[in-house]
Ligand binder design. Sequence first.
Ligand code: ARG
Length: 464
Amino acid sequence: MTLYQGRIATKHSGLMDEINRSLPVDIRLLPYDVLTNKAWCDELHRLGILNADERRSIFAALDDVARLAREGAFEKLPDDEDVHTLVERLVTERADEAGAKIHTGRSRNDQVVCDLRMYACDRTAELSELVIRLIQTLQKLGAEHAETLLAGETHLQPAQVITLGHFLLSLGFALARDLGRLRDSFARANLCPLGAGALAGSGFPVDRRRLAEALGFDGVCGNTLDAVSDRDFVQEIVFACATICLHLSRCAEQFVIWSNPAFGYVRFADDWSTGSSMMPQKRNPDAMELIRAKAARVVGDATSLSALIKGLPLSYVKDLQEDKPPFFDALDSTSLCLRVFDAALASARFDAARMKDALTGDLLATDLADLLVEAGLPFRVAHEKVGRLVSGLEQQSRSLSNVGPEELRRQFSELREKRLPLNFADAPARRRVTGGADPARIAEQIEMLNSVIAEKSLRRRLTE
Ligand code: ARG
């Protein structure tokens, strides 16, 4: 049986089935299709299209379908075209006549997007929980390493002294923006398209607000044609996923560099490292490398979706069925990356001594120039003087690290009254602006992240 056997004579198989059949991908929407069907069934009952017995037998059939799914009955898939077709067939087999009425006044066009919006909201809530968990790991490590000195870089060159805590919290703040993006996307996804029918609106006077409320939506999609064409919510969420992965990827890249023995700043536990089949000495940071790679894939998913949508007329078209592979891939990959990154980071051993040993005098060049400014020189003059000193030292194969207080005072008479030597430990504390590297500011940054986390939590309809 097909849903449209009155019109299309063939039961598809072979190549047409291969390109047309979406069940292998959309089977994961089944629990949401059951919810959509129940709400629709209630509405048909309220309109007198289904009587109480029919409603009861459809509900029983839907519960049975949900149970079958939970028990793994669809691990080997039947040959239905998609999840909606599968559920309707199973309900009809169980509830006879009543089942044959369930599709009254509705289309798979509003049904699929209703299922997909609920699924999208649940996955967005899951991702936001994972983002929060990672932010909390970063807060904990940030507090532990508020005073662990680190050579901060720009252009990947030594720049100024910061702390490991400051570095780790920078990812925390990037993730806090990601959390905001997930929450915003959730709000726009959480609107009910049901009752849109194929495009024009259902021919039966269903109460769309009641449907929305029954399914836990915050409101209804305002135009039925838009309701069946709109996939902005998919694009937005995948963009949020891509941004999360890009943030993780950038930090992963830094950790890959730091795990090179030439740096030796970080060592991931054996659980998160691999060796080489040939080179006995190897300890590779594969988890971080793979997170970097997954980011490329999720960016690809976002690009695929934009390309998919670009030329489509404003209505339902079958192309929209192809939104699911990149959507699901982006969600799965992002969830995996967040979980792996969090666990690998929690296992990491940071080597504060190596970080400290790697500090070089040039990291204090700005501090020296600032000191000259405090002693009355215009900054540009101070910059030039320190620049000349560094150049001169370089010619003698020396650096600011080898210049003691006496020599500095000889070079710069302005420094006669100043406390010298400049030392690494004091450098972050001089950055006492809000958000700066000053250890005293780290607690404040942790608090700022706490208030972002506490802002609101996203409610899930179904939990695994
Ligand atoms: N499997 C389809 C999808 O994912 C469901 C909607 C099909 N609608 C239709 N008119 N053929 O988009």
